[in-house]
Design a protein around this ligand. Structure first.
Ligand code: NAP
Length: 312
């Protein structure tokens, strides 16, 4: 175990974690950012970033993240790509264990975000990567001139359905109600798009196929009636993109940090119920999950961590 004690360890390198790293670096705190994959979180799967202030040209999630990473590094943040396996948060010195190392810190900022929620129907898991996807920018191009189905009715579903019109012959949104949850601006774009169709009041009950998706059973949420959508004979397959919400990455903190429905409870200063432990971004209980609110949370968490350490 290294004897070094960081001022702040940030767990998670999405916009919340990267903004926290920027602010803690600028406060001259000794900062370690631990990210299990590559930086960026969910935003790296977004092609168009229309609602981040200042993003007026065609700005993508990966481009924004690249700038955020460079900016955090410029102010001294050290980043390691490791998966956190255990945390001990209650003492004055917090301990974060990864597969290869044990790190110590005076404060912790939890910015672990959330992952796409699966539908949970038979066939979904086995056919993931074989026609079922949770990332339009990653997999959209595989469905050039094929039929594409998007499951869900929130911002992600509608935004990604619009993006997928670049590839698909037709994009059909399957939503469990008859009204979308997505922002009105996105709704208008989708409802008026010549390549987008809707199947209302329906859920996906089963996905079938051998080496690729060949059909799916959808169920009418009002009548319970089921019907099978089969791939066009010439195509042999179609794409199913799933955007039915998020699952918070909070298992590590269960039993120690107060949560509601798996999301971490904080006050306006991003403080959790444990002294010296802060949370920022999508992992928090909050009403608006956006890059701009994640970045703001990260900034506040870092400043409050600095005040916690300096005692004012
Ligand atoms: P979301 O807002 O929670 O929407 C999930 C959608 O999936 C809802 O329409 C929901 O239906 C539906 N759904 C949930 N469980 C389902 C199931 N088992 N089967 C079928 N449908 C199901 O999730 P999201 O769209 O992933 O967005 C997550 C957060 O990120 C939100 O806060 C969102 O605003 C934000 N976000 C923002 C942007 C942006 O600003 N550009 C882009 C993407 C995401 P109901 O409507 O009936 O509940």
């Amino acid at each position: 175990m290294s004897e070094k004690i960081y001022d702040v360890i940030i767990i998670g390198g999405g916009p919340a974690g990267l903004a926290a790293a920027l602010y803690s670096g600028r406060a001259r705190m000794d900062t370690l950012l631990i990210e299990k994959l590559t930086e960026g979180g969910q935003i790296v799967t977004t092609d168009e970033l229309e609602n981040y202030p200042g993003s007026i040209e065609h700005d993508t999630g990966p481009k924004l993240v690249e700038r955020m990473v460079a900016q955090a590094a410029k102010f001294g943040t050290v980043t390691v790509k490791e998966k956190v396996t255990e945390v001990s948060l209650e003492g004055d010195i917090k301990v974060v264990t990864t597969a290869n190392n044990v790190y110590k810190s005076k404060t912790i900022i939890i910015a672990t975000g959330a992952n796409p929620r699966p539908i949970g129907c038979p066939g979904e898991k086995r056919l993931t990567g074989l026609g079922v996807s949770y990332c339009a920018t990653c997999d959209g191009a595989f469905f050039e001139d094929l039929d594409i189905y998007v499951v869900g009715g929130g911002d992600s579903a509608v935004e990604e359905a619009l993006f997928l019109t670049r590839f698909g012959r037709k994009v059909t949104i399957i939503h469990r109600r008859d009204e979308l949850r997505a922002a009105k601006y996105l709704q208008e774009k989708a409802l008026n798009h010549e390549k987008i169709e809707f199947i209302w009041n329906a859920t996906v009950a089963e996905i079938k196929g051998g080496d690729m998706v060949e059909s799916m059973i959808i169920e009418d949420t009002q009548t319970g009636e089921k019907r099978e959508i089969v791939a066009n004979e010439e195509d042999g397959t179609f794409g199913i993109f799933v955007f039915v919400g998020l699952v918070p990455n909070s298992d590590l903190f269960a039993g120690v940090i107060d949560m509601e429905g798996g999301y971490i409870v904080t006050n306006d200063n991003m403080e959790t119920n444990v002294k010296g432990v802060f949370a920022a971004g999508d992992i928090r209980v909050k009403t608006l999950r956006q890059v701009v609110t994640a970045a703001a949370d990260g900034a506040i968490a870092a400043i409050m961590a600095d005040r916690y350490i300096s005692g004012h």
